[in-house]
Design a protein around this ligand. Structure first.
Ligand SMILES: *Cc1c(COP(=O)(O)O)cnc(C)c1O
Length: 222
């Protein structure tokens, strides 16, 4: 593996930070990145990292400083919840009530509460996951059944396309849903997680409060 180019990492990180308004949280997506790369970004002052795979998260956590805020952003299977709960500060990808049940159960077993986002399917892609808009609404309108889980907001991924108009519309739809519940769910419902390296600027314009960025910070994943 090529040695870590710290100045290049620092330059990319600065550029990404400069492109994000101060009120938008940056989650550095570190899936497939080495502990050394994560540590280098940590040394530049960054604390919020996003991981997609339970096994990878579990291996990395003990090798890195304890004040890192780990965001689990991947698709979570019920059988893997128990491996993620001990480490996750926030779970972004909750896409069914059955999964909420399992997360609540495991969090309760550990005596901890967890911040969660409901993932909403906004993309026109079969491979993506999430509640439909209507399902998400129904889950939020009903009395909240998971006392150990703090519903912090919504997460979504736009269609992977060059059609910026479509991406913008998808993000605006999600922002609309978020804002329609914001008032009623205040003050802890404050997070709208949308935007990745390729579409963060569109997401921010549409009202994102949290972007999840990997490639633009760490370079292309191999
Ligand atoms: C990988 C991933 C990202 C980051 O993607 P980049 O294009 O590398 O910025 C963001 N969100 C989710 C859910 C991901 O899986």
């Amino acid at each position: 593996m090529a040695p870590l180019d710290r100045p290049a990492l620092a330059a990319r990180y600065s550029a990404v930070k400069a492109s994000i308004p101060g009120n938008v949280t940056l989650v550095a997506v570190s899936k497939t990145r080495t502990v050394e790369e994560i540590r280098a970004l940590y040394d530049l002052g960054h604390r919020a990292f996003g991981e997609n795979y339970p096994q990878e998260l579990r291996e990395k956590v003990p090798q890195l400083p304890q004040d890192i805020e780990w965001h689990f952003i991947g698709h979570l299977q019920r059988s893997n919840v128990k491996h993620v709960i001990p480490f996750a500060h926030m779970i972004h990808g909750l896409d069914s009530e059955r999964l909420l049940d399992e997360v609540a159960k495991r969090a309760n077993d550990l005596g901890r509460s967890v911040d969660v986002l409901l993932q909403v399917l906004i993309a026109q892609e079969e491979t993506k996951h999430g509640f439909s808009m209507d399902e998400a609404k129904a889950t939020m309108l009903a009395p909240w059944k998971w006392p150990g889980l703090r519903l912090r907001g919504l997460m979504g991924m736009a269609t992977n396309t060059d059609d910026r108009t479509l991406v913008k519309r998808e993000f605006e739809d999600l922002a609309g849903l978020f804002h329609s519940f914001e008032e009623a769910m205040r003050p802890t419902f404050d997070t709208l997680s949308m935007g990745m390296s390729g579409d963060a600027s569109i997401a921010i314009e549409a009202g994102s409060t949290m972007v999840r960025i990997g490639t633009a910070i760490f370079g292309e994943r191999c």
